[in-house]
Each structure stands twice: as structure tokens, then as C-alpha cells.
Design a protein around this ligand. Structure first.
Ligand SMILES: Nc1ncnc2c1ncn2[C@@H]1O[C@H](COP(=O)(O)OP(=O)(O)OP(=O)(O)O)[C@@H](O)[C@H]1O
Length: 345
């Protein structure tokens, strides 16, 4: 493989007694879109800020294009940043906000104008250059923030939860727009998010983090289909843990299955084990069922299991609350973990 465009090597960060990052190793390649995904407090923003130079690591180094940039100030790193809070200058128009970073660089006025117009066109706001931030919607303000970051032709685009302040519809649209723009311009991008769906739909690779450590690095399909440990399995998508043990002397592998992989048939079908429908949630294209069964063979007594069925299957089987169905867990869909957590970078 080619040399990484960005290489994070053995990065640690502590804030007093709080360990925010532990031994972070991560290589990012040119043109990649990588998401740092994890729950609140896992260290993802701290890692992004260290990459940007806004925070100093306690140890370790950051290499860009093979050169150690750990000691460079943010302005010398050629990274474009977009934050959750837009961070536009309220007293400058959209045009002036985008042009701001180009001033003082010895760029002729006419070139600045051309660049700004072209970038405003890229984010579909060519018509809005004279408006002030307060006259723009949240989605439009975030597109201006994006334009301001890319006008400087950065080597890297760093996005810190750029979509989380926006309403659901705008968020979906912007996800697509950001990804399209990133591919078109070929800017290597690192985005922080706690939204697993955002990470799954936008990324080339996802870095799953928890408790200051990387849990798994992989494509969206890899982290979903082959999670390295129960945390990843549970954080990305939904999962049923079928067997677990805390008995260190006698470890039993933990087995897990995704709700959409469980097969449901009519109670009288003679297949699988019988289960009672305890709850039904309508999710649009599918129903999420909570089933209770005492015959999964784990010896733990009645067990609850979450199952997703298509609207079609649900209607066909006439699934009702407190009704009885048969369920089967296909062996080939079981995900097994050993009790010791596997972590790889
Ligand atoms: N400036 C700081 N001073 C002290 N502790 C900090 C500081 N910044 C972050 N931390 C701590 O470091 C840990 C990681 O924080 P960080 O903001 O990186 O997490 P995060 O995954 O981005 O969370 P969120 O999604 O809530 O922003 C947390 O325990 C946080 O309280």
C-alpha cells in the first residue's frame, strides 16, 4: 500500500488524572473519508483537535505526507476545519466569510473573487453571497462553513460533528452533499461523529472508539458484519447477545445475532422455537419485535430477543402483541466473541 497521507503514531493524551486517549495508532490514506465514531467522552474530539494542532498530545506523533507535524501550529498544517456550531463571523456576509482566509496571502483580488464564487457554486450558494449568517438557514450556514474550509485547498478536511445541530431532513441531505463534494475534490477527510448511521453511510473506513481507545478500524461492512468485540457489535446497529458468562475460570464464547437475521415463521410451522410477541414497534419499512422465549437453551430462563421483520412478513404472519410465533437463529449468522476483548488497530 502507498504511504499514509496522515499517520497517527502512539498518541496519548491526559487531562490531569483523566486519560482522554491511550496509544492511538491510525493511518489514513489520500482521498479517504474516515469517521471517528464513539460515545460521548470517548476521546474523538480530542483526537481531532490533536490532529489539527489545537491540542497538544502528551506523547506520540502525527505525520503528514511522512513529515512529523506534531510541533507545527494549526496555521502551518493546511487543514480545513468545520465545527458543529458553524463558527461564522456574524458581521460578515457569506461571501466575506469564505474570502476571509484568503486575505493577507498575497492573492490578487480578482483571483480571490473567482475562487470564492467558484466555491460558493460548489456548495450551491452562489446566489447567497451577500447574505449575513442570520439570514441563512442552519444547513446553509454549514455549507458556508464548508466553503470557507475548502476555499483554502487544504490537504485535509477535519469535520467535528458538522451535522449534529441540523434537523433530520437537512442532515440527510448534507451527508450526501458533503460526501459528493469530498469525492469530487479528492480531499482526505476525517469526521467526528457519535451517530453510527452517519458513519456507516458516509465513510470509507470507520474508527470505532470507546474509553480513550480504538476498538476497531474497518470499512462500514467490516465493523457491522465482523465486529471485533461486543462493544462494537452493540454500538453499531442492534444486536442480541445470546450467551454470556462472567466466569473467568470457565469462559464460554459470547454469541450474538443481529435482529434482521432471525427468522420468524407461523407458530404452527413446526420450525424453530416458540416465542411470545411482547412488543411491536413500527419502523417504516420494517417492524421491530420484542419476543420472549424460554427455549434458546442457555439455561437462563425466559429470554428476550429483538427481531426485525419486513412489513410484508409481518402482515403475512398477522403478527400481533401477545401472539405466538416461531423463531430460528441461523447458525451461519451467529457472531462469536471470546470473553477477552480483541482490540486491533
Ligand atoms: N480541556 C479539557 N480539560 C479536561 N478534560 C477534558 C478536556 N477536554 C476533554 N476532556 C476530557 O477528555 C475526555 C474525552 O473528551 P472528548 O471531548 O475528546 O470526547 P468526545 O468523544 O469528543 O465526546 P463528545 O462526543 O461528548 O464531544 C472526556 O473525559 C473529557 O471530559
Amino acid at each position: 500500500m502507498s504511504q499514509p497521507h496522515l499517520s497517527i503514531q502512539g498518541v496519548n493524551k491526559s487531562f490531569g488524572a483523566v486519560s482522554a486517549l491511550r496509544d492511538i495508532n491510525l493511518d489514513i490514506y489520500k482521498n479517504e473519508f474516515v469517521c471517528l465514531l464513539g460515545p460521548s467522552g470517548c476521546g474523538k474530539t480530542t483526537l481531532l483537535r490533536i490532529i489539527a494542532g489545537l491540542e497538544k498530545s502528551s506523547s506520540g506523533s502525527i505525520l503528514a505526507g511522512g513529515k512529523d507535524i506534531s510541533k507545527l501550529p494549526p496555521a502551518k498544517r493546511n487543514f480545513g476545519m468545520v465545527f458543529q456550531s458553524y463558527a461564522l463571523f456574524p458581521n460578515l456576509t457569506a461571501y466575506e466569510n469564505v474570502a476571509y482566509g484568503l486575505h493577507g496571502k498575497g492573492i490578487p483580488k480578482q483571483d480571490i473573487e473567482e475562487k470564492v464564487h467558484s466555491v460558493l457554486g460548489l456548495v450551491d450558494l452562489a446566489h447567497a453571497g451577500s447574505r449575513y449568517p442570520s439570514q441563512l438557514s442552519g444547513g446553509q450556514q454549514q455549507r458556508i462553513a464548508l466553503a470557507r474550509a475548502i476555499v483554502l485547498s487544504p490537504d485535509f478536511l477535519l469535520l467535528d460533528e458538522p451535522l449534529s445541530a441540523l434537523d433530520a431532513k437537512v442532515r440527510l441531505k448534507l451527508r450526501h452533499e458533503i460526501r459528493e463534494l469530498q469525492e469530487r475534490l479528492g480531499i482526505t477527510t476525517i469526521m467526528v461523529t457519535h451517530d453510527q448511521e452517519e458513519a456507516l453511510t458516509m465513510s470509507d473506513r470507520i474508527v470505532v472508539m470507546n474509553n480513550a481507545e480504538i476498538q476497531q478500524i474497518g470499512t462500514p461492512q467490516q465493523v457491522y458484519e465482523q465486529p471485533d468485540n461486543p462493544f462494537v457489535a452493540d454500538f453499531i446497529g442492534s444486536i442480541n447477545f445470546l450467551e454470556a458468562t462472567n466466569d473467568e475460570a470457565n469462559p464460554i464464547p459470547i454469541q450474538a445475532v443481529r435482529p434482521e437475521h432471525i427468522r420468524i415463521t407461523a407458530a404452527a410451522s413446526g420450525q424453530g422455537v416458540s416465542a411470545v410477541v411482547k412488543n411491536i414497534e413500527f419502523r417504516g419499512p420494517f417492524y421491530r419485535l420484542l419476543l420472549e422465549t424460554d427455549s434458546l437453551g442457555t439455561g437462563k430462563g425466559p429470554e428476550r430477543i429483538t427481531v426485525d421483520v419486513s412489513a410484508h412478513v409481518s402482515h403475512h404472519l398477522q403478527i400481533m402483541k401477545n401472539g405466538v410465533v416461531s423463531l430460528e437463529v441461523p447458525q451461519e449468522k451467529l457472531i462469536s466473541f471470546t470473553p477477552e476483548t480483541k482490540i486491533h488497530a
